[in-house]
Each structure stands twice: as structure tokens, then as C-alpha cells.
Write a protein that binds this ligand. Structure first.
Ligand code: CP
Length: 352
């Protein structure tokens, strides 16, 4: 395990890492999780270290798992609301006395702490696809300490790690696991696509048989799709796209139905359509909802997955979300949420 190669590294996108490095992170996460269950303390690992957490968007799981994780590792997580500091802005996007250039913020925080974690997508970058990822890369360019991606508009790499740990725990590994990432209906048309993109990147990288199911209008980033095809070829798994929800779910071991929005449905000037047109396109697909009957067509031991929050009654029935035990398929959503803590502790232990 070449863990030392991760020291000082940014964690911005899964594509920045090799399969071996991601497998190392998952191995460390499993160990930290098991040891915590045994009552082992990890408070010497990042003793006295500080993580700055900059949230341009809301969060329940990400904020609390990073904060709890830093406490457990012996350090401190410092919450920063961009509107309560001088909002970090890219060169050319500055507003006098209410913003501060990213290059300056990154260099200041680098003098005081040990890592900077950032969440940014959507409104703060006017839904320009890739704009938030560019902001994180700019932070990383100027920062002397690791920069961690708590979700941008392309990647949600820690959610993806938690998803893969959940798959590994349930199926013992990735080879032969049928992993289906599917679009599901939500009345909200402004849904980021980082979660599905990170999930299919990791799942193909690690060797699953991956199916991506979505209505024709809901395509993901073609560069991500090309990367998934390359990963599947290298890892000996497979990757396919279907526009039939039932076909995507049939025989799957892990089923992950979630709403997302393709670029051309974003509001102008970024997308092609106005809000009413976009809503009409979404509303054609109300039948893309995960139900008990549909879960019965998956593998008998299948798990239902979701990053949360889920749109109950739209993306998925309450019954599917809440069936966390009993015979047959089950919902793994709370394991998945807990695993955010363990994978983030692993990455922070390795890079900070
Ligand atoms: N899954 C996830 O990132 O949740 P939060 O938006 O609550 O952080």
C-alpha cells in the first residue's frame, strides 16, 4: 500500500488517483471504522491540526461528517460561511469589499491551518458547468496545504468513496457486482450531477459491471462517460447506458436512483431552455420512481442506495427508503451516510 504517496495531495477528483490509491483509501477507511467500533481512539493522527471548511451551499452529511471526523482524529474543523468572510472570488469576478481573490484567501488560510475543504456548485457560479471545479482548482494552485472537494459541479469524490465502501461491505468487493446508477424523477430541475458522475467513475475504476440508466434528455458529461469506458476496459468490468429504467434495475446488486440535471436543461445563459421548458422535460418522466415492485426485479440481495437527501415520494417510495433490514433487498442509505465519516477520516489521515 503506497500510502505515503498521498501525503500533501489535494483530493479534488477521483480521476487524479490511481485504482491502487483508491483501494488504499478504502482499506484505511475500513480499518478506522472497525477500530472505532472497538473503542480505539484515533485522536493522535491529526492532533492539533485544523481543517477549514468553506461551504457555498447547504449541507447536513458533509459538514457533520467532516467536523466529527476531525474531532475523532484529534484536530478541529473550522466552519466558514462565504457570506460572513469576504467571499472568495476568481480574478475578474471580484466585488469591492465584499469579495477577496481566491489566490489571497488560499495563501492566508495556508499560513494558519492544515487543509481547506470546499463545497461549491450551482448559484454561486451561476450554474456554469465546470465553474465551481475551476474555483477549487484555483484554490489548490495557490494553497500550500491540501484542498479537499466537498462537492463541486463535476465531482463529489467523498460521496463516491462512501458509496464504494458501502458496495464493498455488502458484496465483499467489486468484481461481478452489477452497479446501476439511474436517473429518478424530482420536481426540482436544479439538481447537480456530481453524485452520479463520481459514482460511475469509481464503480468502473474498481471493476464493477456498471449500468447508467436515464431518459435520453438526461445525459451526463461526455468526458465522464468516455473515462468510464476506459476504466471499465482497464479493470475488466463493463459499462453500458440504457434509456429504460426497468432494464437498468433488473438483476442489479446495487441500485442508485437519483435526480440530476443535464447541462442543456440549466437555465439560460448556461443551458438551452427556459425554466418552463426544462420543467416540462422533467415532468415527462414522473414514472422514474423507485418502488418496492421494481426493487423486487433487482438481485434478491440487492441494496438501494442514495447519497441523501432524497426526494421522498418522487425519486423513491418511503417503503424502499425505510426497509433497512429483513429478508431480501434492503435500503443501505444510512450505512452510506455513516461511511462518509470513515472515508473522509481515511483521506484526511493520509493527505494532511
Ligand atoms: N450527500 C451529501 O453530500 O449530503 P449533504 O448535502 O447533506 O452534505
Amino acid at each position: 500500500m503506497k500510502t505515503m504517496s498521498l501525503r500533501g495531495r489535494d483530493f479534488l477528483a477521483e480521476t487524479d488517483f490511481t485504482r491502487e490509491e483508491i483501494e488504499s483509501v478504502l482499506a484505511v477507511a475500513e480499518r478506522l471504522k472497525m477500530e472505532r467500533a472497538m473503542g480505539v481512539y484515533h485522536d493522535q493522527i491529526l492532533r492539533s491540526k485544523t481543517l477549514f471548511m468553506l461551504f457555498y451551499n447547504q449541507s447536513l452529511r458533509t459538514r457533520n461528517s467532516f467536523e466529527a471526523g476531525m474531532t475523532q482524529l484529534g484536530g478541529h474543523a473550522h466552519f466558514l460561511d462565504p457570506s460572513k468572510i469576504y467571499t472568495p472570488a476568481l480574478e475578474g469576478k471580484e466585488v469591492a469589499y465584499s469579495t477577496e481573490r481566491v489566490s489571497d484567501v488560499a495563501r492566508v488560510l495556508s499560513r494558519m491551518g492544515d487543509a481547506i475543504a470546499i463545497r461549491c456548485y450551482g448559484d454561486p457560479v451561476e450554474w456554469e458547468y465546470g465553474g465551481a471545479h475551476a474555483l477549487l482548482r484555483e484554490f489548490a494552485k495557490w494553497s500550500d496545504i491540501p484542498v479537499l472537494n466537498m462537492e463541486d459541479d463535476i465531482y463529489h469524490p467523498f460521496q463516491g468513496l462512501a458509496d464504494m465502501l458501502t458496495v464493498k461491505e455488502n458484496f465483499g468487493g467489486f468484481k461481478g457486482v452489477n452497479f446501476t446508477m439511474s436517473w429518478a424523477y424530482s420536481p426540482s430541475i436544479h439538481k447537480p450531477r456530481a453524485v452520479p458522475q463520481s459514482a460511475i467513475l469509481y464503480a468502473t475504476m474498481l471493476g464493477c459491471n456498471v449500468t447508467l440508466a436515464h431518459p435520453p434528455e438526461m445525459a451526463l458529461d461526455p468526458k465522464i462517460i468516455a473515462q468510464c469506458e476506459a476504466y471499465a476496459g482497464a479493470a475488466g468490468g463493463s459499462f453500458r447506458i440504457t434509456h429504460d429504467f426497468e432494464d437498468g434495475v433488473r438483476g442489479a446488486h446495487a441500485v442508485y436512483p437519483k435526480a440530476w440535471c443535464p447541462v442543456n436543461i440549466f437555465q439560460p445563459p448556461v443551458g438551452d431552455y427556459d425554466v418552463e421548458t426544462s420543467q416540462a422535460i422533467f415532468d415527462q418522466y414522473k414514472s422514474w420512481k423507485m418502488t418496492e415492485a421494481l426493487m423486487e426485479t433487482a438481485d434478491k440481495q440487492a441494496i438501494y442506495m442514495h447519497c441523501l437527501p432524497a426526494d421522498r415520494a418522487y425519486e423513491v417510495s418511503n417503503y424502499v427508503m425505510d426497509k433497512t433490514e429483513g429478508p431480501g433487498w434492503r435500503s443501505a442509505i444510512f450505512d452510506e451516510a455513516e461511511n462518509r465519516l470513515h472515508v473522509q477520516k481515511a483521506v484526511m489521515s493520509l493527505v494532511m
